[in-house]
Ligand binder design. Structure first.
Ligand code: NI
Ligand code: MN
Length: 229
């Protein structure tokens, strides 16, 4: 079974597996300066929410309410979403996995914050490890480098999606170490160039990945896709 991954800008993606559309961290135009699509143009069957920061949850309520998509997030964010009128939620927590109809989703640790836009407590930030049966895909979420990424890579990864912007998350140099721990076949960067504070030269990063790791780097342009057959 193949999967498609479309990049919407910043850290927002649509993963298509088995005809199911899984949107990761909905944040669209005009609030997302890197995005070209607005939330009304997006379809979703599921939403994966890594943490509560506005540049990840900015359009979650609107997308969940319009599409009825099931939102998968930590317990605290699910409670907050329920209070916003989003009732179709599934709470998981760090280290726990669950079988959905597109695959098994495990919530992985991330070193970051998770406060919600209104100041509410958003629990622990997370990443997601998705096992579709044929492919294992890791979304790191916003995080620092941590050496337990080596454990996330056990069993093999077809794809890792990593932040490289620096300042709020790991930067390019730490992302190279992350790739060495994770050992993914393919790697896609995100969370860079959205604002000046996270500006990076992605062609330098691609060169470093090629020279220093065994992974294949793919920097996806906004509204372009990565297809694994
Ligand atoms: Ni964040
Ligand atoms: Mn962020």
């Amino acid at each position: 079974m193949s999967f498609n991954l479309f990049f919407h800008g910043h850290a927002t993606f649509t993963l298509i597996v088995n005809d199911k559309r899984i949107v990761i961290d909905p944040f669209f135009a005009p609030n997302n300066p890197a995005a070209t699509k607005t939330v009304d143009q997006i379809q979703a069957d599921y939403i994966l929410q890594t943490h509560g920061h506005g540049d990840h949850i900015g359009d979650t309520v609107a997308l969940a309410q319009r599409t009825g998509a099931l939102v998968i997030a930590n317990f605290e964010i699910c409670n907050w979403l329920n209070a916003q009128g989003v009732n179709n939620t599934h709470a998981q927590h760090i280290g726990g996995g669950f079988n959905y109809d597109f695959g098994y989703v495990k919530m992985t640790p991330a070193l970051h914050g998770s406060g919600l836009p209104d100041g509410s407590y958003g629990g622990m930030p997370a990443g997601f490890l998705i096992d579709t049966g044929d492919n294992r895909i890791y979304f790191a979420g916003d995080t620092a480098l941590f050496s337990d990424m080596a454990l996330i890579g056990v069993g093999g990864l077809d794809l890792a999606v990593l932040p490289i912007g620096d300042n709020y998350t790991m930067g390019p140099a730490d992302s190279i170490l992350a790739i060495k721990y994770l050992k993914p076949k393919n790697v896609i960067p995100c969370h860079y160039n959205t604002w000046p504070v996270i500006e990076q030269d992605v062609s330098d990063w691609i060169t470093a990945v090629r020279n220093e790791t065994d992974a294949r780097p793919f920097a996806i342009r906004v509204e372009q896709g990565f297809i694994k057959k």
